[in-house]
Every structure is written in C-alpha cells, then in structure tokens.
Design a protein around this ligand. Sequence first.
Ligand SMILES: NC(=O)C1=CN([C@@H]2O[C@H](COP(=O)(O)OP(=O)(O)OC[C@H]3O[C@@H](n4cnc5c(N)ncnc54)[C@H](O)[C@@H]3O)[C@@H](O)[C@H]2O)C=CC1
Ligand SMILES: O=C([O-])CC(=O)C(=O)O
Length: 338
Amino acid sequence: MLRNVARRQFSSTAFNPYKVTVLGAGGGIGQPLSLLLKLNHKVTDLRLFDLKGAKGVAADLSHIPTNSTVTGFTPESKESQAELAAALKDTEVVLIPAGVPRKPGMTRDDLFSINAGIVRDLATAVAKNAPNAAILVISNPVNSTVPIVAEVLKQNGVYNPKKLFGVTTLDVIRASRFISEIRNTDPTTERVSVVGGHSGITILPLISQTKHKSQIQGETLDKLVHRIQFGGDEVVQAKNGAGSATLSMAHAGARFANSVLAGLEGERDVIEPTFVDSPLYKDEGIDFFASPVTLGPQGVEKIHGIGQLSDKEEEMLAKCKETLKKSIEKGQSFITSN
Ligand SMILES: NC(=O)C1=CN([C@@H]2O[C@H](COP(=O)(O)OP(=O)(O)OC[C@H]3O[C@@H](n4cnc5c(N)ncnc54)[C@H](O)[C@@H]3O)[C@@H](O)[C@H]2O)C=CC1
Ligand SMILES: O=C([O-])CC(=O)C(=O)O
C-alpha cells in the first residue's frame, strides 16, 4: 500500500517528461528549490546551472530515488558559454533565482545595478538555446527584471508573452499565513488575491475580497497589509546580512513551477497570481502587472481582472501603478538604450 502511494507520488510516466532548468541553482534559493523540483514527479530531466557549486548540488540530489535525472553545470572558464547552453538546450521550463540578495537597509531596487546585467545575460542564453521555454523570474527587482527578459527576447525575435512570468507567489503565501495568524484559521485554506508587483507598495493584497473583510478593519487591516507588503524585510533583518528569504521562496517557486507544469500538461483551472505582460493597465503605460492568471498548455491562458476594490485599495492601486510604471520602464530602457 505504502509502496503504491510512494510510486504514485514520485514516479514519472511517459506522459509528463518535462525538462526543467534552474539558473542560480547553487544559491540560497537555488538549492532548496532544486530539491523540491527533484521531488516533483512532473520533472524528469533536471538541469542545475550556477557559476559555482551546481555540480555538487546535482550529485547530492541525484541520489534521491525519484525518476528524474539531475545534471550540474558550471562554466569551465569565465568566458565559457558551453555549459549554460547545455543546461538550457531544449528545456521546457527555466527558473531564474540567480543574482545577489538584499542586506538590511537596502531596497530591492538597490539590487538592480548588479542583477540587471546577470538577468540580461541569462535571458540571452535562454533566447538562443530554449526559445520556447516558459521562463520564471525570481531574481530581484522582479518589477524590472521581468521587463528586462522581455526586451532581450524581443531583440532576439523570440518573445512569447504567454511564457514569461515574474514569480510573486511568496507574497501570496505570506498573505495566507499572516491572515490565518490574525483569524486563527488554517493557513492552507486561506486564499488572498495579491496583485500589482513584487516590492513594497506595489504589492497589493486584496483583503476586501476575502471572507474576513468585516473582521479585519482599521488598524488591524493596515498592519496586515503593511506586513504582507514588507514581509521580505522581516527576513532580511532577521538574517542580519546573510541574505533574504530562501526557504519560503523555494517553496513558493516550486509551487508556482508545479502550476506552470500542470498547465502545460493540460490540467484545467490552474490559477495563480503572477507578474505578466498584461493588458489590464497597458493604456496607462504599465506593460506588466500581477493578477490571477489561468495557466494552460501554451503558458498564460487567461489573465483575470482584479475585481472590485475597497476605497482604500483603490488609493493603494493608484500609488502601486505609479511606482510600478517607473520600475518597468527602468528595466525596459536598460536593454533598449544600451
Ligand atoms: N521573487 C521573489 O519573491 C524573491 C526573490 N529573491 C531574489 O532571488 C535572488 C537570489 O537570492 P538568493 O538565492 O538568496 O541569493 P544567493 O546569493 O544565495 O544565490 C544566488 C546564486 O546566483 C548565482 N549566480 C550569480 N550570477 C550568476 C550567473 N550569471 N549565472 C548563474 N548563477 C549566478 C550565485 O553564484 C549564487 O549561487 C536575489 O536577487 C533575491 O533578491 C529572493 C526572495 C524572494
Ligand atoms: O525581500 C527580499 O529582498 C526578497 C524578496 O523578494 C522577498 O522576500 O519577498
């Protein structure tokens, strides 16, 4: 009995042979994320790339008795692109947690000067070696790195807006957890729509759309919204210079990747909030926005609107859009004006 359950949970079949690549797999997020992907029965060929450490992580994970193969890739020399190309060749899903994390006192935008170039170069390699892959961007600042990837793909003639995602799932899981702490409920059943972007005031949790809207008001509401928006800072401060969220992010990234794979496999009604090329506010010059998205065989199947907001949420949305627009334009012009 136990064996059957284990087999059902972990074994792969010929129907779901997905190749998945993690870029930045040796890092704080990359390692636990790779572990969770090794446990995902939808993944059969797991490729791990990092400037350092990926081979060790791959050898370690390869002893876990799930059906996927795991291969590690590190560049032979500073200039070598061959290993990155091999890690990406014809892969179906690419997760990008490569880049530097925050230290106390920094904003995510402070990471732009280093991470923009890292993400640009990795996106260029994806464009050349896996032009049809779904790309899941974790590296911060997400509000700018996703537009960077889009512009690189456009320059290479392979941009498919249905296959590019900024991973905002950590905001969603934080919202579930924090609301359950206030209401003393089971966090696994709490659903909160979090829209906008992924930093500070661009993170817009729609508490008025939850079943707790009448119970969570006034100061409690303000504190909850603030905690969801600045949840990353709690971890950055607690780690005190040793980085930002890694384990909760690995969980969030693995959950989102599983949803993307479920959509590709043809599962129906897979909906996750994510930061995508979106029609919602394009007429205001905002090319990307996070909202609930139905995931399907081609990637994005349907982008849902954000529904009815409270007056307070409308005010927050206006501020969110102002900041988001600038961050998106900063990412776009990093590619178009260089
Ligand atoms: N989207 C989100 O919700 C979240 C995003 N993040 C972001 O994820 C990124 C990674 O965070 P951590 O894993 O904690 O950092 P880390 O420093 O522990 O790991 C980053 C890894 O990227 C690798 N790397 C750097 N340049 C590379 C390149 N050109 N090619 C391949 N690998 C490269 C490094 O060698 C390192 O192993 C940061 O930018 C962080 O801000 C972190 C938490 C949540
Ligand atoms: O706070 C950070 O820098 C990392 C992050 O994006 C998060 O934890 O939400």
